[in-house]
Design a protein. Sequence first.
Length: 214
Amino acid sequence: MTADDFEKSVFINCPFDDAFAPLLEAALFCVAYLGFMPRLANERLEAGENRLDKIFDMIRSSKYSIHDLSRSQAQKEGEFLRMNMPFEFGMDVGLRRSGVEPFGEKKFLVFEKNPYDLKRALSDTAGQDVEFHRDNHEIVISRVRDFFRVEANVAAPGPAKLEAEYTTFLGWMTEKKISEGHSNQQAFNLPTRERLDEMIEWLDRGKPAEFQGN
């Protein structure tokens, strides 16, 4: 891990399901747009790699983390809560409090769905600033933008500008994927890693308003 890698890496701890996908994509877009590199547990697929070791390596390699703890309440009878997110949040907090440098510099953005959910579900977060998103991707963009503007002191456009850029990107990506042989529906259901790659390519190309071909 180089110092620059640590300063620019953002560990994203969140659900990886269809219902959460719009929120995850909005967060990924904002992180990449502001010049940081998102780190996701599903970015490496080596079959022989221990999942916990992989996640811990990403946590320790990232100065910034976005922890979404919004799935703190079962949605239907018999449903099990997924404990991966609070577990990984706890790992990150422990590393920050370890006294080992540079981990004392780590900074967290913590999400819940609605205000005060976590006070009922995870009382140990009392005193920790927590943001809510109400399952709204526009709120996610605004909160992620504000976090990096304050905590990383980066130049950042306003939330409305970021939302407009995100809409432009989605149109560009859809055109690009259709030109590559995807259907319109398939273009909107790409693997997370592929969507992130397209975000980075769009930024590298100078944020074009429309796809002009390769």
